[in-house]
Design a protein around this ligand. Structure first.
Ligand code: 0WD
Length: 254
């Protein structure tokens, strides 16, 4: 079971024990990796701290990607403690409620740019900061959703944002491939998390996901975690630039 033994991982985007990022952190740890985790701010800290303990995380750092210099500080800490990094998970997204719940046509410039900055630009920045630390190669992951490819009711502004994120994933996979760094977008089916609570009629989306998916089942954060852990293993070193659906096969059905 120690297929990630010795690997150093950074997992961002854990808000609580329902977060997709928590599924990733647990799986990394189960396969033997050392996992550093971040929390958004002091309000989030009490929810994340016990989780850090549960997986013996040696590093627990604040990270709000909108705060100037915080991402750099987080990577400085990793550099100081570990001197390197093998795996990095970006599981962060945000759009202001008014923009998320309205038509794309009506979205504000500020809302659009903020959604892009937090949900897409921050992944590019994370890749940039990871590059010098991934000395013997590594893998970067971000979380996306099917609403990037197809018009999903109520996904609205996040559709174009996730489309940009998936495209950035491919470009960065091409650019970092020669250094042995892989870059993947992971596309889970709908999961009831805090982020999902911002989406109107999310329960409807869950119902549809379950009835349409060939597996007839909903995805769990552990399903996502195991798939991400697999892609982080040396055995998966020739897989890169993918958008990997973890959705019970939903996306293949018309
Ligand atoms: O159905 C779903 N839940 C799906 C989520 C299906 C497919 C993809 N995703 C994506 C989301 O779009 C996101 O990119 O997965 C990623 C993780 O989302 P999640 O696990 O569903 O939601 P949550 O547990 O809320 O984690 C997202 C976290 C934030 O939580 P809150 O609830 O506090 O907004 O993203 C983090 C924060 O921890 N986050 C930030 N981190 C750093 N800087 C920032 C920020 N500025 N803003 C939000």
């Amino acid at each position: 079971l120690n297929l990630l033994k010795g690997k150093k991982a950074l997992v961002t985007g854990i808000a609580n024990d329902q977060s997709i990022a928590w599924g990733c952190a647990k799986a990394f740890r189960a396969f033997g990796a050392d996992v550093a985790i971040t929390y958004l701010n002091d309000r989030a800290k009490p929810y994340v701290e016990p989780l850090a303990k549960e997986i013996d995380a040696p590093i627990l750092i604040p990270l709000d990607v909108q705060q100037e210099g915080q991402l750099e500080q987080a990577f400085e800490k990793i550099k100081k403690e570990w001197g390197r990094l093998d795996l990095c998970v970006h599981s962060i997204a945000f759009a202001p409620k008014e923009d998320l719940q309205g038509r794309v046509v009506d979205c504000s410039k500020d809302g659009f740019l903020r959604a892009m900055e937090i949900s897409c630009w921050s992944f590019i920045r994370m890749a940039k900061l990871s590059e010098p630390l991934m000395k013997s190669g590594g893998a970067l992951f971000t979380m996306t959703y099917y609403g990037s490819q197809m018009v999903v009711e109520h996904y609205n502004i996040m559709g174009p944002v996730k489309a940009a994120l998936e495209s950035a994933t491919r470009y960065m996979a091409a650019e970092l491939g020669p250094k042995g760094i892989r870059v993947h977008a992971i596309s889970p089916g709908p999961l009831k998390t805090r982020a999902a609570s911002g989406i109107t009629e999310f329960d409807k989306l869950l119902k549809k996901a379950q009835s349409k998916a060939p597996s007839r089942s909903l995805v769990s954060i552990d399903d996502v975690g195991v798939a991400v852990a697999f892609l982080g293993m040396d055995g998966a070193k020739l897989i890169t630039g993918e958008t990997l659906y973890i959705d019970g096969g939903y996306h293949i059905i018309d």
